[in-house]
Design a protein around this ligand. Structure first.
Ligand code: PGA
Ligand code: ZN
Length: 433
């Protein structure tokens, strides 16, 4: 490829990876790409704890050292095989680069080179391509199309796999529907997070923070958390439902299989119909606007039934069930099951597949939520994906811990950079009216 004067040479000159550490103190990898023109891009792989069984697989060393979680094999794969493959390729050709890595890996779930190695490389290439154009990532991705600051989905209490199963439901979150801007959305959230902490403290139910920074609660029942959340919204001077609504990630695959659900805080084992009734009761009693993975990933009939009963009035997000896979979203949309897709780049494994999943959700007329993982880093790329792809919603955990706040704060910078052109996706981003 020849480059004319004033043009950048976006061929990949160097790719390397290093081991870094995530927000749980576990090893992960960072990829760093340098282009022929000197532009660079960096990205780190996040890690989930309540993963869908069809996600791209992480390559971990195994054995006893570091709990088997070390990534020396994944790092070596980037520095060796993947670097040799990509050297000389054009970083502006994201689709070509991602396809090359997928083909070289050769397994259905990226098990050989590792979804962690591939996603970090894919995102680093994307960052380098943006840097070569001298553009912030969101602007590079938008390619002139309309953008918006996402409606945030912010965790107040953590549970499930992120809090030693102290409470069954994984995420008790809020969504600032009454905000007029992203900045205002965060200010409202700060008041609720503070109020919730004070109420928990006063009730003797605050034990620290869970993996994503929400309070680690001591509740006797799952719906006690919902009542506490409503009170926190009121204590913050906000109207529950109108100004600040509730959003739940049930993460039902964590406690259910084969249509049987074992909730530690409920007294009985529930079947699919009983779990749907329990959740339906919560939808009637509390200002809940969004619910993720209400049934387990293997309970498609349950997802269809839940969507039939409640899809007209609540956003139903598929996470473990859809695993950021365009084909699974197409399949679910035809049933229909869900009306919104959670979009996690490391579930898909490449930027291109992540983008394809987003496009599939959009084709279906669904809403989309760009999402972090419970194991995160200071990498803020997903904030840019949410804005640049105009995804509408962003979920990165709570309102504490800097691996979370880094993403919220990055959105503030983008909103400021957009100035008068900034548009907050707000309530209209939900899958319901
Ligand atoms: P994770 O879960 O622990 O797999 O990142 C987050 C989620 O279920 O949304
Ligand atoms: Zn989830």
């Amino acid at each position: 490829m020849l480059t004319a004067p004033g043009q950048t040479d976006t061929r990949i000159a160097q790719l390397r990876a290093r081991r870094v550490w995530d927000s749980r103190g576990r090893p992960t990898l960072e990829a760093e790409v340098t282009l022929a023109d000197g532009s660079t891009g960096r990205a780190m792989a996040p890690a989930g704890a309540s993963r869908g069984s069809r996600e791209a697989l992480e390559l971990r060393d195994g054995g006893t050292r570091l709990g088997g979680l070390d990534v020396t094999l994944a790092v070596a794969g980037v520095n060796g095989e993947i670097a040799a493959l990509l050297r000389g390729m054009d970083a502006a050709d994201q689709a070509g680069i991602d396809a090359a890595m997928i083909a070289r890996d050769g397994t259905p779930a990226k098990a050989r080179l590792g979804g962690n190695a591939i996603v970090a490389t894919s995102l680093a290439v994307l960052q380098a391509a943006a840097a070569a154009r001298g553009l912030p990532l969101w602007q590079h991705l938008a390619a002139g199309d309309p953008v918006s600051l996402p409606l945030p989905e912010i965790q107040i209490f953590g549970g499930g796999a992120h809090a030693g199963r102290r409470v069954d439901i994984q995420d008790f979150m809020v969504m600032p529907l009454g905000a007029a801007s992203f900045a205002q959305a965060l200010e409202m959230t700060a008041e609720v997070y503070g109020a919730a902490g004070a109420l928990m403290q006063a009730a003797g139910k605050r034990q620290g923070v869970a993996d994503e920074g929400g309070y680690w609660p001591v509740f006797a029942a799952n719906d006690e958390a919902l009542g506490m959340l409503v009170r926190a919204i009121e204590h913050a001077g906000l109207h529950p439902g109108r100004d600040m609504a509730i959003s739940l990630d049930i993460a039902a695959s964590e406690f259910g299989e084969g249509g049987r659900y074992r909730l530690g805080l409920e007294t009985r084992e529930l079947d699919t119909a009983q779990l749907i009734d329990l959740l339906g009761g919560w939808l009637d009693a509390y200002p809940i606007v969004s619910i993720e993975d209400p049934l387990a990933e293997d309970d498609e009939a349950g997802m269809v039934e839940f969507t039939r009963r409640f899809g007209h009035r609540v956003q139903i997000i598929g996470d473990d069930y859809l695993v950021t896979a365009a084909a699974r979203i197409d399949h679910a949309a035809a049933l229909p099951a869900c009306n919104c897709a959670l979009i996690k780049p490391n579930q898909a494994g490449t930027v291109s597949e992540t983008r394809a999943a987003l496009a599939a959700a959009r084709r279906a007329g669904w809403a989309t939520v760009i999402s972090a993982r419970s194991g995160e880093t200071e990498d803020v790329a997903i904030a840019h994906l949410a804005v640049g792809w105009n995804a509408g919603q962003l979920k990165v955990g709570s309102f504490a811990r800097s691996e979370r706040m880094a993403k919220w704060n990055e959105c503030l910078r983008i909103e400021e950079a957009l100035g008068a052109r900034a548009r907050f996706a707000g309530r209209a981003a939900l899958a319901i009216d």
